[in-house]
Design a protein around this ligand. Structure first.
Ligand code: THU
Length: 141
C-alpha cells in the first residue's frame, strides 16, 4: 500500500464509505469526504443536492459542518473521494470554508482508483480572504 494511503487509511475509508450516501438525483456525481480533528475524531460527509440547484451542499462542506457543529474547529486534514479518473479537487466555495479553520489543513485528494495525493488548503487558495483581514479593519476603527 502507498504511504499516503497507509498514513490516512481510516480517513480515506470514511470518505469512500460516506460517498455511498451521496444524494445526487440531478448530477449523478457522487462525492464523499472525511474530516480529521485535532483530537483524532473523524467526521464523514457526502454531497446533498437540491431541486433548487444552488442549495446543493458539497461533500467537503457537509463533513466540515458536521465537525464544527460538534464543537471541533481544530481541523487537521480532509480526504475527498470522487469517481473521477483524475484526483478530485475541492471547489472554490469549499476551499474558502476550509481555510477559515487554518491554511495548513492537509487535503488528501483521491481518484477513482483509490490513489491518494497530498496538498494543503493554503496551497490551493493563496492570497485568501480570512478573519485576519477583518481584524485589520476593526483595529483601524
Ligand atoms: N461536488 C462536491 O461534493 N465536491 C466537489 O469537490 C466537487 C463538486 C458536488 C456538488 C454537486 O452535487 C456535484 O458534485 C456536481 O457538481
Amino acid at each position: 500500500m502507498d504511504k499516503i494511503n497507509q498514513d490516512f487509511k481510516e480517513l480515506i475509508e470514511v470518505a469512500q464509505e460516506s460517498k455511498k450516501n451521496a444524494y445526487v438525483p440531478y448530477s449523478g456525481f457522487k462525492v464523499g469526504a472525511a474530516v480529521m480533528t485535532g483530537d483524532g475524531k473523524i467526521y464523514g460527509g457526502c454531497n446533498v443536492e437540491n431541486a433548487s440547484y444552488g442549495a446543493t451542499n458539497c461533500a467537503e462542506r457537509t463533513a466540515v459542518f458536521k465537525a464544527v457543529s460538534e464543537g471541533h474547529t481544530d481541523i487537521k486534514a480532509i480526504a475527498i473521494s470522487g469517481d473521477t479518473k483524475e484526483h478530485l479537487y475541492p471547489c472554490g466555495i469549499c476551499r474558502q470554508v476550509l481555510i477559515e479553520f487554518g491554511d495548513d489543513i492537509i487535503i488528501v485528494l483521491m481518484n477513482k482508483n483509490g490513489e491518494a495525493k497530498l496538498t494543503t488548503i493554503g496551497k490551493l487558495l493563496p492570497n485568501s480572504f480570512t478573519n485576519k483581514d477583518m481584524e485589520e479593519v476593526q483595529d483601524g476603527i
